[in-house]
Design a protein around this ligand. Sequence first.
Ligand code: SAM
Length: 244
Amino acid sequence: KPGLYIVATPIGNLSDLSPRAADILARADVLAVEDSRVTAKLLHHIGVRRPMVPYHDHNADRVRPDLIARMAGEAVALVSDAGTPLISDPGYKLVRDARAAGVAVTTIPGPSAAVAALTLAGLPTDRFLFAGFLPNKAKARADAIAELASIRATLVFYESGPRLGAALQALAEGLGLREAAVAREISKAFEETVTGTLDELAGRYAEAPPKGEIVIVVAPAGEAPPAAADDIEAALRDALKRLP
Ligand code: SAM
C-alpha cells in the first residue's frame, strides 16, 4: 500500500532484522536510505534488490518534497544505517511532512541502541532521558551536562570510542558520584558492558579508548546521594530521641 514505512534495522547482528521489516524492504517501491552502501549490504543479506534514494542530513531538505509526492502512489520505506530511524538519525521532518500531506505512516519497530543499552546496564528503567550525542566542544558539553544534572531519570548518551574518555570525565565532573554503564558493540562479536561509578569508568577509558560504537547509561540524580557526616549525626540523634 502507498505510504511511508519507518523500518528499524539491526544495530550489529543482521539476524535481528524482523521478518516484517524484511518483507516491507522487499516490497517497498523505493527505499529512502542514509548510505546506500550500508543498506545494499542488508538487502544482499535478505536476497533483495530495491531502488534507493539517499536521504541524509545534507540533502534531506532538497529531496523531501519529492519523496512526499511519491508517497501518494508508492510505498516509501525509510531506513537508517543502523537501528531505528529518527533516533539520532534523520527522519522526523519526513514523518511531519508526510502527516501534513495526509500520507499513511506506519512503523516497523525493532532494535535501537538506546533501549538495548538500558536492558544491559542494570540501572532504573522506569524513567529515562535519551540525550543523544553530547556536543564535541568542552564548554558546550559541560553546559549540556549541567542542564541534565538535576533530572531524576536515568540518562542515556550515544558516544564513539575516541571520545569516550573525555565524555566520561565531563560526566563525572558535572554529575558527581553516580553509577553508570558503558555498553559497547551491542549484538556484535565483541559486545561488552562495563559498569562502575562515572569516575571509575573515566579512569578506565582515559588511556585506552575502546573501539566501536558505544552507549553510556548513567544512574538518575538523587539515586543514592552520598550522605554528609552532619546528616548522619542528625538522623542518629533524631532516632535516639524517638527510642522508648
Ligand atoms: N538510530 C540508531 C539507533 O536506533 O540506535 C542510532 C544511530 S546513531 C547515528 C549511532 C550511535 O548509536 C553510535 O554512535 C552509538 O552510540 C550507538 N550505537 C549504534 N549501534 C550500536 C551498537 N551495536 N552498540 C552500541 N552502540 C551502538
